[in-house]
Design a protein around this ligand. Structure first.
Ligand SMILES: Nc1nc2c(c(=O)[nH]1)N[C@H]1C(S)=C(S)[C@@H](COP(=O)(O)OP(=O)(O)OC[C@H]3O[C@@H](n4cnc5c(=O)[nH]c(N)nc54)[C@H](O)[C@@H]3O)O[C@H]1N2
Ligand SMILES: Nc1nc2c(c(=O)[nH]1)N[C@H]1C(S)=C(S)[C@@H](COP(=O)(O)OP(=O)(O)OC[C@H]3O[C@@H](n4cnc5c(=O)[nH]c(N)nc54)[C@H](O)[C@@H]3O)O[C@H]1N2
Ligand SMILES: [Mo]
Length: 768
């Protein structure tokens, strides 16, 4: 048989699946993508991985005695689909009738896969919503802090979600681009929902050609790729707010701030000015004051402030800055700084978040990509990262965004398309929380750490085994995703799994709306086409789209400049804040009375940072970055990610002086520890890592050595070390980037990594 070719899409890029004799042989990058991601090469091995979940499986103790104990430690028994679906449906029905909708947790945070219809998390939530509701999660791990904080200051959180001044505009007008957290090209490889064209590098190249200058403020030079030709300013992690406030102090004391803009478009400048001058707390926020906190020399801070004021300048901060304890503050300080510069709403000026965080940020945007409708939920919701708190403390009260809530009493957890044993902080704490519910059900494709800790495991197909329509929200392409191969082993599509469950529970039609895969693809593509027609742009009919394999959305002819209308006429175009203006001081936040989120941008030390008391025992700040060679935990067992490991473990980057002080050399296995946990990693000495900082990527598959309360994690999963608390009572975002640790050489023989061994399956009566 000759090779067959099928268009496909992943979060890390569009590609052609090349199939020979029914088997995927390779993935060729999309022809229109000039900078495809090497991660595509991991797909064939992952599709046929021995870690694929082949058949439904039930944990032995749960199957025999409905025992809670043993999750993650016991063997599984393979069962046929009929039995697996009956067990799951009966348990869902029992818990729902005995304890109500809130006792079923279906938040299921996670990226799932590209393809808007077969999006596992969406399908699970549709299924549980239609069945009477569930406890859901609001916000995300990416920018959950900004999502709930920014509306108080700006009226919306669009500035973090990608509705930012676009690159073509910046390229024409911006002279100086300052990126807190940098412009790491590694992050541009992916975009939620998929990416047809990797644009980050080409935008930067065009900006350089136009003469734009870059400054990167970050704890690692890796955030400063050579193409930027940037000045790198090494900053202590979690101290950017102090540095920004000192820059604001320079502008104010040197009279370089724009009083007209502050008067016309902002509220609260006087309060901020009093704080900067030290009139409200006795501490002037001078560059010398900040230097002692953030480690950046006072003259460097002064110089950067002056340069920003002297030209058309643009400020951005990576999402990472708000994924930290008190993550509200650097964002508020950056907005304050931009307001003082007075260029918000001008071409090439002002600010916008996330330019270095993900692919497609700053792309011009078409009229809309296909999306799958969710339906509405009758159950409660918790802030996304409070999941362990919820499981550990049913009925406890907590604060969130000016309100008091109570955690539901969850008895059943259903997860599909996410991996909390990848994404959540303080995994030893999560393991305790995870032992509380009566039942855990997981759909996944591979035996991830979360699937191994489930009671009922249902095997899902990959995108290659089904038809779909895919697109990222900020990408200009929409893709037809053609089924390329048959489902592997006994796997089924999540949609089919939920349709069968809904059928057993008596609401199949309500769930499926009487549509099958094909009807749904026509529907969601058709809705996007209607949105385009309304906006005056035409997409081809479904059949033409499907045959072509993709369509290109027409793009707006005009640049988008964030806040341009507001700036031009703030009375006619007020923001959705209480004052209608940018709130540099917020009466509403003042009214909340939260000590951990004061009513204007401020320096409040995070719980863990290099200036904290705890740094005496744990003198290194661990920065967990997004992984360069995989998507979170996805494809970690694949060849592209495996190549990046050191001594078979996650790479730990450390400054030469810190390594010398510990007698370490590159290639050493090291033990990284704090009071929450410990893991092993492979050391790499790196002069580009700031002193007293270590950098590790997230996503090494979790590999605890035993079932104790504080096991050694052998593979280098930094979430055994990260701390699990909200950014503040206001936003309750996750704080994984505020972590102190110590590192020492591992002198014993290093234990083998077992994360990629499939779990033990007790004898199965099923045919192979
Ligand atoms: N320490 C630290 N922790 C972090 C971060 C950090 O910066 N530092 N970053 C956080 C951020 S920003 C994020 S977004 C999260 C990401 O956390 P997650 O989104 O939970 O991570 P993924 O590994 O992408 O998990 C997706 C899961 O879906 C499964 N999957 C894929 N396709 C399918 C399918 O078709 N069906 C089913 N049923 N399952 C499928 C995959 O196998 C995988 O297990 O991590 C967070 N965690
Ligand atoms: N290859 C790849 N790309 C990804 C992902 C992936 O899994 N793989 N995940 C995607 C997802 S879900 C998200 S949400 C985005 C996240 O986007 P980001 O949050 O921007 O990504 P990070 O790599 O966590 O952080 C960016 C940089 O911030 C720096 N940094 C950390 N702490 C501080 C600090 O306190 N101050 C300063 N100035 N800098 C700091 C780190 O050095 C890091 O390299 O990435 C996306 N891109
Ligand atoms: Mo994210």
């Amino acid at each position: 048989m000759p090779e067959q070719r099928f268009p496909q899409l992943a979060h890390w890029g569009a590609y052609t699946a090349v199939v020979k004799d029914g088997r995927l042989v390779r993935c060729e990058p999309f022809e229109r993508d000039r900078h495809p991601s090497p991660m595509l090469d991991a797909i064939p091995e992952m599709v046929y991985s021995p870690l694929r979940i082949a058949r439904p499986a039930v944990r032995e103790g749960w199957l025999k005695k409905r025992q809670r104990a043993g999750r993650g430690a016991e063997r599984f028994v393979e069962v046929d689909w009929d039995q697996a679906l009956s067990l799951a449906a009966e348990e869902l029905a029992r818990v729902r009738s005995e304890h109500g909708a809130a006792s079923i947790f279906g938040g299921s945070y996670g990226w799932s896969s590209a393809g808007r219809f077969h999006h596992a998390r969406t399908q699970l939530r549709r299924f549980l919503y239609a069945g009477g509701g569930c406890t859901d999660q609001v916000g995300n791990y990416s920018w959950g802090c900004a999502q709930f904080f920014l509306p108080h200051v700006l009226g919306t959180y669009e500035s973090v979600d990608g509705k930012v001044t676009d690159w073509p505009n910046l390229i024409r007008h911006t002279k100086l681009f300052v990126a807190f957290g940098g412009m790491a090209l590694k992050n541009g490889q992916v975009a939620s929902g998929g990416i047809g064209e990797h644009t980050m590098l080409q935008w930067i190249e065009q900006a350089k050609q136009a003469g734009m200058e870059f400054v990167v403020v970050s704890p690692t030079r890796a955030d400063c790729p050579a193409v930027l030709g940037a000045q790198w300013i090494a900053v202590r992690p979690n101290t950017d707010a102090a540095m920004m406030l000192a820059m604001a102090h320079v502008l104010a004391t040197e009279n370089r701030h724009d009083r007209k803009f502050l008067d016309a478009c902002c509220t609260g400048w006087e309060r901020v000015e009093a704080y900067l001058a030290g009139r409200s707390d006795g501490t002037p926020k001078t560059p010398e004051w900040a230097a002692a906190i953030c480690g950046v020399p006072a003259d460097t801070i002064r110089d950067l402030a002056r340069r920003l004021a002297g030209t058309r300048s643009f400020l951005t901060a990576a999402w990472s800055l708000q994924r930290a304890h008190h993550g509200e503050q650097p964002y508020w300080a950056l907005i304050t700084l931009a307001a003082m510069l007075g260029q918000i709403g001008l071409p090439g000026g002002g600010f916008g978040f996330g330019f270095g965080s993900m692919g497609a940020i700053g792309n011009p945007r078409g009229a809309g990509s296909p999306a799958m409708p969710l339906g509405s939920n009758a159950g409660p919701k918790i802030p996304v990262a409070r999941v362990a708190d919820m499981l550990l403390s049913p009925n406890a009260e907590y604060d969130f965004n000016g309100e008091r809530h109570r955690y539901p009493d969850v008895r059943l957890v259903y997860w599909a398309g996410g991996n909390p044993f990848h994404h959540h902080q303080d995994l030893n704490r999560l393991r305790v929380a995870w032992s509380r519910p009566e039942t855990v059900i997981v759909n996944d494709t591979w035996w991830t750490a979360t699937a191994r800790r489930a009671d009922i495991v249902l095997p899902a197909t990959t995108t290659l085994e089904r038809n779909d329509v895919g697109a990222g929200a900020r990408d200009r392409f929409i893709f037809a995703m053609h089924k390329a191969i048959d489902p592997i082993a006994g796997s089924r599509h999540d949609f089919d799994i939920f349709r069968s469950l809904a059928g057993r529970l008596g609401y199949e039609e309500k769930f499926s709306e009487n549509r099958d895969e094909s009807a749904w693809l026509h529907t969601i593509y058709g809705r996007a086409r209607e949105a385009h027609a309304k906006a005056g742009s035409a997409l081809p009919a479904f059949d033409a789209f499907w045959q072509a394999g993709y369509v290109e959305q027409p793009l707006p002819a005009q640049d988008f400049v964030m806040f341009a209308e507001f700036r031009a006429d703030p009375k006619a175009h007020p923001l959705r804040t209480p004052s209608g203006r940018i709130e540099l001081y917020s009466e509403r936040i003042a009214g909340f009375g939260y000590a951990d989120c004061p009513p204007h941008a401020a320096w409040i030390p995070p719980r863990e940072w290099l200036g904290a008391e705890a740094a005496r025992r744990f003198p290194l700040h661990l920065v967990t970055i997004q992984p360069p060679a995989r998507l979170h935990g996805q494809m970690d067992p694949g060849p592209v990610s495996r190549r990046t490991k050191i001594a078979g473990r996650e790479r730990v980057a450390m400054n030469p002086a810190d390594a010398a002080a510990r007698g370490l050399t590159s290639g050493d296995v090291v033990r990284i520890f704090n009071e929450r946990g410990e893991c092993l990693g492979g050391l790499q000495i790196d002069a580009g890592t700031a002193p007293s900082v270590i950098v590790m990527a997230t996503g090494a598959w979790y590999d605890p050595a035993d079932d104790s309360s504080r096991p050694l994690e052998r593979h280098g999963n930094p979430n055994v070390l990260a701390f699990d608390a909200g950014t503040s009572r206001l936003a309750q975002g996750p704080s994984p980037l505020s972590v102190l640790v110590q590192v020492e050489k591992w002198t014993a023989e290093a234990p083998a990594v077992r994360a990629f061994d499939p779990p033990e399956i007790a004898s199965s009566s099923l045919p192979r």
